[in-house]
Design a protein around this ligand. Structure first.
Ligand code: F3S
Length: 66
């Protein structure tokens, strides 16, 4: 099992919602218009990577799960 988890750098997020469309099991939109991680293992790593690559401001990164 991977010990890395996706993380959203909220300051960077411009609320484009792409990540929540590509990996809806992992990312959801908050009331403030920014995305958040709702379940770090909600989609396959490939889907999460695709969401990361699609974010126009690169605000989704992997973090070590400590
Ligand atoms: Fe925000 Fe990027 Fe998702 S701008 S809504 S983290 S695709």
């Amino acid at each position: 099992m991977s010990n890395r988890v996706p993380h959203i750098e909220e300051d960077k997020c411009i609320g484009c919602t792409l990540c929540t469309q590509i990996a809806p099991g992992t990312f959801q939109m908050k009331d403030n218009g920014k995305a958040e991680v709702c379940n770090p293992t909600g989609d396959t790593p490939e889907m999460i990577e695709q969401a990361m690559a699609s974010c126009p401001v690169q605000s989704i990164i992997w973090k070590e799960n400590e």
